[in-house]
Ligand binder design. Sequence first.
Ligand code: SF4
Length: 383
Amino acid sequence: MKPHMDNRNPTRSVQIGSMAIGAPHPIAVQSMTATPTQDIDATVDQIRQLQAAGANIVRIAVDSMRDVESLAAIRDLTTATLSVDLQENYRLAEHVAPHVDKMRYNPGHLHHHEPGKPWQDKVRYLADTAAKFDCALRVGINCGSLDPRAQRQHAPDDGLQTMLQSALEHCEFLDHIRFTRYCVSLKDSDPQKVLEANRRFAAERPDVPLHLGVTEAGMPPEGIINTRLAIQPLLLAGIGDTLRVSLTVPNDQKWQEIKAGRAIVRDVKAGRPHQADPLHLAPLNIISCPSCSRVQNGAFVELAQRVREMTQYARDFPITIAVMGCRVNGPGETDDADLGLWCGPNFVNLKRGPETLGSFPYDAVLERLKEELDVLIAERFDT
Ligand code: SF4
């Protein structure tokens, strides 16, 4: 059978350290460390495990100058191609860039610091810093933290259009200032939205390399099925230059993300995409973030697993429960779920849609969640 993926969109080459993404290059598979960045040994160890599994790029979260100091030490201890996740504190870029090959910024987080400053000035600073230190950029749009300025221009439930607008205007601005060493990602926890957002973006900007992924895809095997549902059709249509399978797994299992990503690329390339049949997914939808160094309580992954076990009795009800590791995407992502939990250092915040029901200790929140789930089932379904 003729191999697939020879119909790739004509995306431009973007150099990231010693490797490159884009149409002329193989599809790169990446992951992100979930260890505390300041735990240098644990982070380097996790990077090595990811590399051994075949990771082309490893991303690290950096939120403070102490994280930056650790990043410098990590850089000296690994040959991996490193990317960094800048969140609210975009000004860390000038400290981070000397140590990495790529920086990801989220347009939805630029307003947090220096709110009166135009976003264009902030992006110009990021592009100038990236150029100065020989780095690539990723414009990383996430459904859980959309740009409030773009949100105001669309209906509250039209997140897809908000994501697209954000991505397209950032591309246009980067092109305008002649910085073209960037890629884009448009992530949502709903595979169908990821599919649609990336299709539409690729139709408008077939030249811009795309990083594919379903955010908060969940625990395996559901997290892998969710990701395949979005990524396989995109790759088959020639869309996508790098990807991540985001899975909620314990730290010593993070390599599963790379294994799953490589399997998707291999199957699509061989023309045998795996049957990622949504019918294999229970109506009860548990989405959970893959965790990262921002998790403030290591009990998060175990909590997500316990939520899945406890809610098995409700698996036939079409209800979405979101379990999130911290406040970065926690409050936003849980807004759209029927029930949501997002973790703080000592307490778990429980929500029903956008309404906060309270904060509960880790060992008490499951009982409270069950009460709410029972109420929801009784209200919505004729039980
Ligand atoms: S929600 Fe927080 S802990 Fe989870 S992946 Fe996002 S930033 Fe990391």
